[in-house]
Design a protein around this ligand. Structure first.
Ligand code: CP
Length: 341
């Protein structure tokens, strides 16, 4: 592992669990401790570190909403390079927004349509060439194969996973946690139901790693071909009847049907819509205090009905807003900005 590029797991030994305050985030000098670290997986994070990220994210949210956020002078002329080998709206733009709010600059291009990938250059070679331009951090959306992960871990530049194939999307899970905590406070004993294509969902996988650490009980509801395959999900409760799952849960998270990852599947759309689409009619068993989440994008009319966006229980836009603040916190910590003004 290159110098200055360590795992997140080095931090937190001296911080008592769940006792972080906004002040203690700064007090324990995280700016120094976290500088240069990568975030590739939720498994890289201790609960104390997650609490620190979310404390800082809440602080940024408050400052931004009160128009009191001033860019860090230390951020000036520091560059975050975007490396997106898959499409994105929310994640890519929210990392850009986070960078702008902090005072960082962003280097990026449409790799999928405008880069030398079209001439046969590999993803690893693309990463190595961008790294050779010496940005201060990389934000990467790729399949995160073993080869790419090994490449990132040896770069000597901190890298943040912005969504990896079907395996993980750690910053999405962190923003989901922040949104759920805002809605419910302490999450111990709360129940979350995933509905949709769990098998192909990196968001479900990262939330599976994250939310139970905060006491959240998980279940899923999907047709059999979209049920999770990973044996680690074997003990997770499943519902074949959406109304029973919705009566059980405190919050439901819809997941897009990822047809682009299916291949020939014999997927019956009409049956799916009839049994699993999140819409006002299907959601009637959900409690009035229940909450509706979706990481986006959704397929209007198939996995999610846009009428739900005006349901007071719906947190989808708040998830997107919180994505900016969580990503500000992560970039700020790994670049050592916090406490530098
Ligand atoms: N939630 C999410 O990752 O959305 P994008 O694919 O638009 O970034």
């Amino acid at each position: 592992m290159a110098e200055g590029h360590s795992s997140w797991t080095a931090l937190g030994e001296n911080v008592s669990e769940r006792k972080l305050t906004l002040e203690s985030v700064v007090d324990i000098n995280l700016g120094m401790s976290w500088k240069g670290r990568s975030l590739l997986s939720i498994a890289d994070l201790k609960v104390t570190e997650i609490d620190a990220i979310l404390s800082l994210a809440r602080q940024y949210k408050q400052k931004c909403r009160q128009s009191q956020m001033t860019p860090y002078s230390a951020a000036d002329a520091r560059v975050v390079a975007e490396v997106f080998f898959e499409t994105s709206t929310r994640t890519r733009l929210s990392f850009q927004m986070a960078s702008q709010r902090l005072g960082l600059r962003v280097l990026g291009m449409e790799l999928m349509t405008g880069s030398s990938l079209a001439k046969g250059e590999s993803q690893v070679e693309t990463i190595l060439n961008i790294a050779a331009m010496e940005p201060d951090a990389l934000v990467i959306r790729s399949s995160l194969t073993d080869e790419i992960e090994a490449c990132l871990r040896d770069l000597g530049i901190p890298a943040v996973n912005a969504g990896a194939g079907t395996s993980g999307h750690p910053t999405q899970a962190l923003l989901d946690l922040m949104t759920l905590q805002e809605a419910f406070g302490d999450l111990k004993g709360k129940k979350l139901l995933f509905v949709g294509d769990i098998r192909h969902s990196r968001v479900a996988n990262s939330n599976f790693e994250l939310l139970p650490r905060y006491g959240v009980e998980l279940a899923y509801c999907s047709p059999p071909q979209f049920a999770p395959q990973d044996p680690s999900w074997a003990k997770v409760q499943s519902f074949s009847d959406l109304s029973k799952g919705l009566a059980w849960c405190d919050a439901v998270m819809g997941l897009r049907v990822q047809e682009e990852r299916h291949g020939p599947s014999g997927f019956d759309r009409d049956d799916y819509i009839r049994r699993f689409r999140l819409d006002e009619e299907h959601l009637s068993p959900l409690s009035g205090k229940g909450r509706i989440l979706h990481p986006g994008p959704f397929k209007a009319g198939m996995d999610f009905s846009p009428e739900l966006l005006s349901d007071p229980r719906c947190l989808i836009r708040e998830q997107v807003s919180n994505g900016v603040y969580v990503r500000m916190a992560i970039l700020s910590l790994i670049l050592g900005l916090e406490g530098s003004n």
